[in-house]
Design a protein around this ligand. Structure first.
Ligand SMILES: Nc1ncnc2c1ncn2[C@@H]1O[C@H](COP(=O)(O)OP(=O)(O)OP(=O)(O)O)[C@@H](O)[C@H]1O
Length: 267
């Protein structure tokens, strides 16, 4: 199996520019150490999946990159500058769509450009462009209540992209979707990433989703939350879930994640 795998939590970005640098980052909530010292460099235009069992601090780390929460120790740099709060350079997509139910798909996606005081025609143009990009041309006047889960998540992705972020932070974005819709959206996500080359950080519990998408998989461990291993799947896209290398990597990651779950004593 040709994969680069390292137990060293500091993974170099090689000759690619470092986009996100996580330096000695820890987070405590009261006496709960959610994350111990995390050191991680993520390259520009890379697609990183944070993988690990519930409670290992994936969302906490993502929220700190987004600027929604502050590290208790250490710092996070994006483009060499410390993150001090949310910013337009970082778009966020959550599992629960977080759309405005009283706005149409178009109005939801145009919301960011509207806040940036773009003219109405430009807001519409940007929104239509991004709705088409996620395959929703023709659905722009529908309200979230009239869209399927997959379509709502497409709107949420279009809305994040409409702010033209350089980093896309995604927290279990496909976790609420049925298996078939989830696979379709994974394919769409790769297509969008290949076109736009944002730096993507994507939280998932799903091993197969991580292997399908990522060029870097950060396996996180529990008690306390930490980086356990970094795996760079060296498999060409589109990755076939039935191929030998895919299955071998899946087995390896399953073993790692299961060991972490067992540490929690819940299985
Ligand atoms: N706002 C908060 N206040 C107190 N504790 C928190 C808070 N957010 C997270 N935690 C705790 O921090 C730890 C890490 O939680 P986090 O949600 O980051 O894990 P996760 O890996 O994303 O889990 P899941 O996959 O279930 O979403 C957990 O023990 C959680 O209970």
């Amino acid at each position: 199996m040709d994969i680069a795998s390292t137990a060293d939590p500091v993974a170099a970005t090689g000759d690619r520019l470092t986009k996100i640098s996580i330096q000695g980052v820890g987070k405590v909530f009261g006496d709960n150490i959610a994350l111990a010292k995390v050191d991680l460099d993520l390259a520009e235009n890379s697609f990183t999946c944070l993988l690990g069992p519930s409670g290992c601090g994936k969302s906490t780390l993502l929220n700190m990159i987004a600027g929604f929460a502050k590290p208790s120790s250490g710092q996070i740099l994006v483009d060499g500058k410390p993150v001090t709060g949310p910013g337009a350079d970082r778009g966020v997509v959550f599992q629960e769509y977080a759309l405005f139910p009283w706005r149409t798909a178009l109005e939801n996606v145009a919301f960011g450009p509207m806040l940036k005081r773009r003219g109405r025609a430009e807001q519409r143009e940007i929104a239509m462009h991004h709705l088409a990009k996620v395959g929703l041309a023709g659905h722009e006047h529908k309200y979230p209540g009239n869209l399927s889960g997959g379509m709502k998540q497409r709107v949420a992705i279009a809305r994040a992209l409409a702010n033209d972020p350089t980093v896309l932070l995604m927290d279990e974005p496909f976790g609420a979707l049925d298996a078939q819709t989830r696979e379709v959206l994974q394919e769409e996500m790769l297509r969008i990433w290949e076109q736009d080359r944002k730096t993507v950080v994507f939280v998932t519990h799903s091993i197969s989703e991580a292997i399908f998408l990522a060029d870097r998989i950060v396996v996180m461990g529990t008690r306390p939350g930490s980086v356990k291993e970094i795996v760079d799947p060296d498999l060409p896209h589109p990755r076939e879930r039935t191929e030998r290398e895919f299955i071998a990597l899946e087995r390896h990651l399953k073993h790692l994640v299961r060991a972490e779950v067992q540490k929690l004593g819940v299985i």
